[in-house]
Ligand binder design. Structure first.
Ligand code: CP
Length: 356
């Protein structure tokens, strides 16, 4: 696509995307997702040139982290810099927010005030900072209700949209732009990190939106959110693609084009308003046959290996696969930067409007 055509296409969508929050890719149309990926690909091509260097000139993006991060914090901070703007790092301890246990500022007041300073607000709140599944999603939607600027999930207990976009950017580079009918294997890995459902659920949704056949494989007892599974099935059905659930740690690899291994917690992780991390780790570590290794990868259609990172090497996946020739983990980590720049440009900038 030429730069002029790309710009026209983005201009056409721009009015509809400016001010839009990103809490899950399922909230965006397929056209919006494709426009974001095409812009991200162009931004990668023209990185370190003037082409997109002033899109967020003099603007600031707030990054509000309840949990730590390597990729997300660094890539958003670099994204703001490369677009000519600035990113601020905030933690709950740097604010005085109302919680179930303490008096403080309401989300309504915080969101309205932050909107007066920032062009967008990113929020990360993961499994161990909520007392039941879905509370993180509620918090993001509450911010989106009151904020006058876009709210972007930087990973919350339910979804991780920027990771999902980066995953697909990686697939498009390595296996081609037509993903229809490609088999995405979303396979559980045993491990000691006790992960939330956000990355895998986002992957199921965006993979199925792009027409991929989806297989979710895990030991019995590791079901994901039934509403997300229903949405994934519906996406598959609309695209004429297949959806399968497997409990076989070897057969599930048959003919896969993409192997995405990742540990995730069981639905029993929350009880009595508490997150039982140690119990989940002990249970997960017993399933030693659930590791992605070179022998299992032989059953695939020369699949690429992907993981959103950080990886629990030796548990979720062997070093041989994670660092092997078909691993695209570092490309996808880099793609976080490009897709986030595109999301920020499309939803937070006046650049395209000013350059008509
Ligand atoms: N994939 C991802 O979100 O990585 P971080 O937790 O390091 O940000």
């Amino acid at each position: 696509m030429t730069s002029t055509v790309l710009k026209e296409k983005i201009l056409g969508l721009f009015e509809g995307m400016r001010g839009k929050s990103l809490i899950t890719t399922q909230d965006w149309s397929l056209d919006e997702l494709i426009a974001t990926l095409e812009l991200a690909e162009d931004m990668q091509k023209y990185r370190f040139t003037d082409k997109y260097a002033y899109i967020l000139k003099d603007r600031s993006f707030m990054m509000f982290f309840y949990n730590p991060s390597v990729r997300t914090r660094q890539s958003f901070e670099v994204a703001a810099t490369e677009l000519g703007g600035h990113a601020l790092f905030l933690e709950p301890k740097s604010m005085r927010l109302k919680t179930a246990k303490t008096a403080g500022e309401t989300v309504e007041d915080a969101a309205k005030v932050m909107s007066r300073y920032a062009c967008g607000i990113g929020i990360r709140i993961l499994e161990d900072k909520v007392s039941c599944y879905g509370q993180g999603e509620e918090l993001l939607r509450e911010y989106a209700k009151w904020s006058e600027v876009p709210i972007v999930s930087m990973a919350h207990d339910t979804f991780h949209p920027c990771q999902g976009l980066a995953d697909v950017m990686g697939y498009r580079k390595h296996i081609g732009k037509n993903l229809k009918g490609k088999k995405l294997l979303q396979v559980w890995g045993h491990g000691a990190l006790c992960r939330s459902w956000c990355s895998v659920q986002e992957s199921l949704l965006i993979g199925s939106r792009f027409g991929m056949d989806v297989t979710v494989a895990s030991p019995p007892g590791y079901d994901l959110d039934p509403k997300v599974i229903e949405m994934t099935k519906k996406n598959c059905s609309l695209n004429g693609s297949k959806f399968e659930i497997s409990h076989d740690p070897v057969e599930c690899y048959d003919d896969a084009d993409i192997v995405y291994s990742r540990n995730w917690m069981s639905p029993n992780a929350y009880r009595d308003g508490e997150y039982h991390k140690q119990e989940e780790i002990e249970k997960a570590m017993k399933h030693t046959d659930w590791i992605c290794d070179a022998q299992k990868m032989k059953h695939t259609n020369n699949a690429v290996f992907i993981h959103p990172m950080p990886i629990d090497r030796g548990n979720e996946v062997t070093d041989e696969v994670a660092s092997g020739k078909r691993s695209i983990i570092y490309d996808v980590a880099e793609d976080r930067l490009h897709v986030q720049k595109a999301v920020m440009a499309l939803t937070m900038s006046k650049f395209f409007a000013d350059n008509r």
